[in-house]
Design a protein around this ligand. Structure first.
Ligand code: AMP
Length: 363
């Protein structure tokens, strides 16, 4: 019996590369579509070099592969629908459409999946901001195209309404109440269309809107952690999820609110490569292939730090002195400022000690 499949990945960045590595371990072949010939996934897969929205290239990828997946959500859903065969993209294109638009996403989370989100309303022009109750704070976010804090405006006082009105008149938006959270957390869940497996709760610390550090398990009560994990599974079930999904959430003193979903493995789950018995990439590949999914076990508390372009030298020097740290470099050709070049993971039995990791490093 030959159970080897050819898996097509749309997007050849670090997520595509790490998906491909998992797939190769399991005996599969990988073809990646990416506009950059020497992208990270080019080191571990065959390439189709073309823009992501090139329908001919998508057709070629679909023709060469048994199963397709994507490493990021801004894929042309209509273009994909036009070329894929029935069942060839187990994640489906509806999930892409939901995660490409914050209005669809909030409505799906609040009304269909039935999980708690911050109170929100759709804003189609600055008229919808008139008479806003400024005893509360808000975040105005463009429905599409925003990422890492771009396309967002926090409203705390009258003066903020000038910029907020400009944003509201430039694009359709969602206005959310500002959540005074204690921690930002995320939960990874993987599905194979009918069964689901869930990872431990991850605590995420950002700098300049870019993930800086992930601590696992998150420093929240067992009760809140269980709530966060069951919310992630509830969302996965509603989607009949195939592959890995990351649910980003806010933890307050006594509750959990869902912020957004990413329909793919996520930066906050990289620790799982070494710290769990199966990584988020392993379960993604198993999930899109419809294979049985394992229970996830965390070997020990773990911390992951991102290595950005400006951190390359400091990170490599740190790892040279601390050889039990796991360094991953994605093989990107140019180390630009704020570009994710790699990450480091450390895990240990001593939870307090491992959490301190990164405190003393100057990146
Ligand atoms: P997002 O693009 O939705 O992930 O938002 C980027 C960051 O803005 C989040 O990681 C939070 O730190 C912050 N943020 C987003 N929405 C809210 C909210 N409703 N209340 C407080 N902070 C928020």
């Amino acid at each position: 019996m030959n159970s080897s499949k050819t898996i097509g990945i749309i997007g050849g960045g670090q997520l595509g590369q790490m998906m491909a590595i998992s797939a190769i371990y399991m005996g599969h072949k990988v073809v990646t579509l990416d506009p950059t010939a020497d992208c990270p996934a080019s080191r571990v897969s065959d390439m189709i070099v073309a823009p992501y929205d090139d329908v001919d290239a998508l057709r070629q990828l679909a023709a060469r592969c048994d199963v397709l997946t994507y490493e990021f959500e801004n894929v042309n859903a209509d273009g994909l629908d036009a070329v894929i065969k029935d069942g060839q993209l187990p994640q489906g294109t509806d999930l892409l459409r939901i995660s490409q638009n914050r209005i669809f996403e909030k409505d799906f989370l609040a009304k269909k999946a039935g999980v708690q989100v911050a109170p929100y309303k759709v804003v189609t022009s600055s008229l919808d901001l008139e008479g806003l109750d400024l005893s509360k704070n808000y975040v105005l976010k463009t429905a599409t195209g925003g990422y890492d804090g771009h396309g967002q405006k926090v409203i705390r006082e009258e003066a903020d309404l000038v910029e907020a009105s400009q944003l509201a008149n430039s694009a359709e938006c969602v206005l959310e109440e500002f959540v005074n959270f204690d921690l930002e957390i995320s939960v990874l869940v993987s599905g194979n269309g009918s069964d689901y497996t869930v990872f431990p709760v991850q605590e995420n610390i950002h700098r300049n809107n870019i993930l800086y550090k992930t601590i696992v398990p998150a420093r929240i009560s067992d009760q809140l952690a269980e709530k966060a994990r069951s919310m992630a599974v509830q969302i996965a079930k509603k989607l009949h999820l195939s592959g890995t999904l990351c649910v980003e959430m806010f933890a307050t003193a006594d509750d959990i609110l869902v912020n957004e979903i990413a329909p793919r493995p996520h930066n906050s789950g990289h620790y799982s490569i070494e710290a769990c018995d199966f990584s988020q990439f392993d379960t993604h590949i198993l999930g899109v292939l419809g294979a049985p999914l394992p229970q996830i076990r965390l070997h020990a508390p773990a911390v992951m730090l991102n290595v950005l372009g400006q951190h390359m030298e400091a990170a490599q020097a740190y790892v040279a002195e601390n050889p039990s740290v796991h360094l991953h470099l994605y093989g990107k050709v140019e180390a630009k400022h704020n570009r994710k070049m790699g990450h480091v993971t450390v895990f240990a039995e001593d939870a307090d000690k491992v959490r301190e990791f990164g405190e003393g490093v100057d990146w």
